[in-house]
Design a protein around this ligand. Structure first.
Ligand code: AMP
Length: 603
């Protein structure tokens, strides 16, 4: 069996891991980093940027850069970029392709199969879309694993392996998943899950950005996408800064406007109180569903980037009581777990006896006749949420009106009373012999597997007519023919070559700072970009490129710090106080240093 790649396809960042030498090993990307931002940007020449470079371009080229598309997996949302339309799964496919290429380069072998994690709350369409994304990236994705289950697996592997029950609180960029996990012997059982798939770190970024606008009399909704992007990026940095410092200054300068705002954790809690309030509901629900109280829980494991917020940790301590919160590599836990799962799937000797049981995170049912209001069917649940997977349940239904000729089984997912308030997954129609109401009956079987694929079988009891539908496709997911066609089209669009990536990233970073900076700093950034561009393309001297890359990197780092932390009014004489350059012994390069500082940037 070939190598299987474990992929945590996150809303904000994605990671890859494999099972190697008895443990799950994260794979660094071409920048040597484990986190690859889930951002895609399209260049003029059909070059596709994924990750860090694309994240920089999100600010400078918002019209051709996209992020947070995972939130729309399985919907019919389309992104129109440079005259072409992309589905969320096609954008995800670029991220998967990048992770795959980086992993192949790192491991020195071809990879054709992957296990991908998804939020427990992903519905069937979103799961199918995730599998399609894999196929579009040239990866067979047989197995989808719930993110909290992956996190539980990783916790189990790095914990003391005693029998225990714990809560996994997985709070990422776009989703919150809470799961109750029972561990005994070599079995890890997920016993209840709940969550909010529209609550994550980016909502806090927006709350901060909106507060900034309120204080500066700006209307966030009226700002251009580019200015909103700059604002959200600064808001996110200020929010993240609060996990290291008590007070931070959020500075925004977007070419048209400049301003600052003080931020501290108290203020963050105040401006995002409605978000905090939404956090406790899934915790309560999971405890109710799992019939547990906090006394039966050994710890709460915090997973996902947003768990790094001290205010969140305080809030959880406050709502859960004095509790042992375990913050374990919040960014990496899911990926490490998917890597472990990849090892189980490869049937590696050192892990194959570990068993993970998962559950169905939502109820599945059908709409039935509502005697009180014939226009609105009621939900009749066939598979209850939190049923252990795989599972199969049977239900019987009878005709609702005299001499009806057909019975339609509408398949719904959700917990709502009225069927149409739930998600409609599909329908099956069967013919029944006309008869007085209640005389004809049908038997319906729902089978739900570990990958979240639902099979619906309907049989007319009197005639034996049978129909089956595998609920994986809908109007808004792609058919296999469509996928094949699209694979060929997308493959023509090359990812940015790995040996160019760090330079392009530097450019993208410089371009963003250029857009943010004012006056002399703007000119200084621009001059360095011009210079570097010339060196790269006109001179093509790898030695010089390397040397100046470091220099420019240093310069941009300082410029970034300057824009972030200090007074924005910038005086060219100030540069010595914050711009440190590298010491370099080489005589030839010293000469260039002089040219640089004398302002003679042409050679
Ligand atoms: P994930 O989806 O798990 O990668 O989490 C990404 C989210 O975590 C984003 O919304 C980030 O802004 C947020 N995040 C990452 N680091 C921090 C931090 N130090 N403090 C607060 N939020 C963070």
């Amino acid at each position: 069996m070939g190598r299987i790649l474990g992929i945590d396809l996150g809303t904000t960042n994605s990671l890859a891991a494999v099972w190697q030498n008895g443990e799950s090993m994260l794979i660094p990307n071409s920048f040597g980093e484990y986190l690859t931002p889930s951002v895609v940007s399209f260049g003029e020449d059909d070059t596709v940027y994924v990750g860090k470079t694309a994240k920089e371009r999100l600010v400078t080229h918002p019209e051709c850069s996209v992020s947070v598309f995972k939130r729309f997996m399985g919907t019919d949302k389309k992104y129109k970029i440079r005259g072409k339309k992309y589905r969320p799964e096609e954008l995800s496919a670029f991220v998967l392709r990048k992770l795959r290429e980086d992993a192949q380069r790192y491991l020195g072998e071809e990879i054709e199969e992957a296990v991908v994690s998804v939020p427990a709350y992903f519905n069937d369409k979103a799961r199918k879309a995730t599998k399609n994304a894999g196929e579009l990236a040239g990866l067979k994705v047989d197995r989808i694993i719930n993110e909290p289950s992956a996190a539980a697996l990783a916790c189990r592997k790095c914990g003391n392996e005693q029998d225990e029950t714990f809560l996994v609180f997985d709070f990422g960029g776009g989703t919150l998943d809470v799961s109750l996990v029972d561990c005994f012997d070599n079995i890890i059982e997920i016993t209840a899950v709940s969550g909010d798939n529209h609550l994550g770190g980016s909502d806090f970024d927006e709350a901060v950005a909106r507060e900034f606008c309120r204080e500066h009399h700006l209307d966030f909704d009226e700002l251009s996408p580019q200015r909103q992007g700059i604002l959200l990026e600064s808001a996110s940095r200020a929010k993240c800064g609060l996990s290291e410092k008590k007070d931070v200054i959020m500075s925004v300068s977007d070419g048209e406007f400049k301003g600052q705002m003080e931020m501290n954790n108290k203020k963050l809690i105040k401006i995002s109180m409605p978000l905090f309030q939404r956090i406790s509901a899934p915790v309560k629900r999971v405890m109710n569903d799992g019939k547990k109280d906090m006394l039966g829980i050994s710890k709460v494991i915090l997973v996902g980037g947003s768990c790094k917020m001290p205010s969140l940790q305080q809030y959880l301590c406050h709502t859960l009581g004095e509790y042992s919160l375990a913050v374990m590599n919040p960014d990496y836990m899911v990926a490490l777990g998917v890597g472990t799962y990849a090892g189980i799937k490869e049937r590696r000797e050192d892990i194959k006896d570990l068993l993970l049981t998962d559950i169905c995170p939502f109820s599945l049912g059908t709409g039935i006749f509502n005697a009180g209001n014939a226009k609105r069917a009621l939900m009749s649940t066939i598979i209850e949420r939190n049923s252990v997977l795989p599972c199969s349940h049977r239900a019987h239904f009878q005709t609702a009106s005299d001499y009806q000729k057909h019975v339609v089984i509408d398949v719904y997912q959700g917990e709502e009373y009225y069927a149409d308030n739930n998600i409609h997954l599909g329908e099956i129609e069967v013919n029944v012999p006309p008869a007085p109401k209640g005389k004809e009956t049908v038997t319906v079987d729902y089978t739900y597997d570990i990958n979240g694929i639902l099979i619906v079988d309907v049989e007319v009891d009197s005639t034996g007519e049978k129909k089956r539908q595998v609920i994986t496709t809908g109007t808004d997911t792609m058919s296999s023919d469509e996928i094949k066609k699209r694979v060929a089209q997308l493959e023509k669009m090359g990812l940015c070559p790995a040996d160019q990536e760090e330079y392009r990233m530097l450019f993208a970073w410089g371009e963003r700072l250029y857009a943010q900076a004012f006056g002399p700093l703007k000119n200084a950034v621009g001059e360095r970009l011009d210079f570097f561009q010339r060196l790269l393309y006109a001179e093509q001297n790898p030695y010089k490129v390397k040397k100046w890359k470091r220099e420019i990197e240093n310069f941009l780092k300082n410029a970034e710090n300057y824009l972030d932390d200090k007074e924005i009014e910038w005086n060219p004489e100030d540069i010595d106080s914050w711009y440190e350059e590298d010491e370099e012994d080489d005589e030839e390069l010293r000469e260039e240093d002089r040219l640089w500082h004398d302002g003679h940037l042409t050679h």
